[in-house]
Design a protein around this ligand. Structure first.
Ligand code: SF4
Length: 340
């Protein structure tokens, strides 16, 4: 099934189609399983405004480069970190920069990750609606209070309910929700309850991740207790038939290193609920132009699996101070398409 979706994704692509990614490497607090470069805003609040300034500059230059190269943007994805850590005004600035710099005529999908429910407000969602965002991702990971505490989230399950209801009321065409099987302190029953609660919202995409043990994450540095492989298998054995019965089918999957029990992450969706950016990133069929710190730009020779990559600097401070790195990446991106 995931292969069929990748084949469909390949059919919808033309030679000069690209995806655009914007990274917001800030989060309200750090999750116990995270090793990403994301900075907690509690500690790096002052960096956010200059980061947004630098990002808008990069997006604007990228738009000019894409226009000159005659490329067509098919999807736009704002991830992180947690993009909704930005204020409503800052989100408005980033989305306005995208809107004014790129021709969006062929851009079918504009996704914004509103991962942490404690960052979602009616005001921010209104900004997303104004800019034509087609998909919002709310990522509870679990609805179990003890698990939320164990992973370092500063909110309750009731906050997830409130945020998800708020998103539902805004009428976005698509809503994603993510869960993780194997989180510290979770049990097979706890995971079952989380999935059942997720299903009550009827999102058209539910991604079930399996916990990956990442270097530098608090799970490893603090030795947090995690469920064994058998329990994780029990969680996934519940997820698969339950999601199928509810009308979902797997549409993309990927593995990461050091996953609990060597399982995989699977994106499930209802018919027509696919996030094409997710399919493109996994099938590696489409170039991705990434903006922001830690961005990874991918240049794919159309119709082949030949890929060149260009990486942005990792941390926001460096990103703000060294625009020459993203400038060099954009030059490489333009040269890649010129040579095709
Ligand atoms: S929301 Fe994601 S990026 Fe942010 S701390 Fe948690 S796992 Fe890391």
């Amino acid at each position: 099934e995931t292969g069929a979706t990748a084949a469909k994704a390949a059919r919808r692509l033309e030679k000069r189609d690209i995806d655009v990614y914007v990274g917001i490497p800030f989060c309200p607090t750090r999750c116990a399983y995270c090793s990403f470069v994301s900075q907690s805003v509690e500690r790096s609040f002052a960096l956010v405004p200059p980061y947004v300034d630098a990002l808008c500059g990069e997006i604007s230059a990228g738009g000019e480069m894409v226009r000159r190269a005659g490329l067509r943007v098919r999807t736009f994805y704002m991830g992180g970190g947690t993009p909704t850590t930005l204020t409503a005004e800052q989100m408005d600035r980033v989305l306005t920069a995208f809107e004014t710099s790129f021709d969006r005529t062929a851009c079918e999908e504009i996704t914004v990750e509103a991962g942490r429910p404690d960052t979602i407000t009616a005001e921010k969602l209104a900004v997303l609606r104004t800019h034509g965002v087609t998909r919002v991702s709310v990522n509870p990971q679990t609805f179990e209070e003890n698990v939320l505490r164990a992973i370092g989230r500063c909110h309750t399950a009731a906050d997830i309910d409130r945020a998800t209801e708020l998103v539902a009321r805004c009428g976005f065409p698509h809503v994603n929700m993510d869960l993780i099987a194997g989180l510290p302190e979770d049990t097979a029953e706890g995971f079952r309850r989380s999935l059942d609660r997720c299903l009550t919202y009827g999102p058209d995409d539910i991604t079930v991740h399996t916990l990956a043990l990442k270097k530098g994450s608090r799970i490893l540095t603090e030795g947090l207790r995690i469920p064994g492989a058998e329990t994780v298998a029990e969680m996934l054995d519940y997820a698969s038939p339950t999601l199928r019965t509810a009308g979902y089918r797997p549409y993309y999957l990927y593995r990461q290193k050091y996953m609990s029990g060597s399982f995989e992450n699977i994106g499930w969706c209802r018919s027509g609920g696919e996030c094409w950016y997710n399919v493109d990133i996994m099938s590696e069929l489409c170039s991705i132009l990434s903006f922001g710190a830690a961005g990874s730009t991918k240049m794919v020779v159309p119709g082949t699996n030949q890929i060149q990559r260009a990486f942005n600097v990792k941390y926001p401070t460096e990103y703000i101070q060294r625009p020459e790195k993203w400038q060099a990446n954009q030059t490489a991106f333009a040269a890649f398409y010129e040579a095709l």
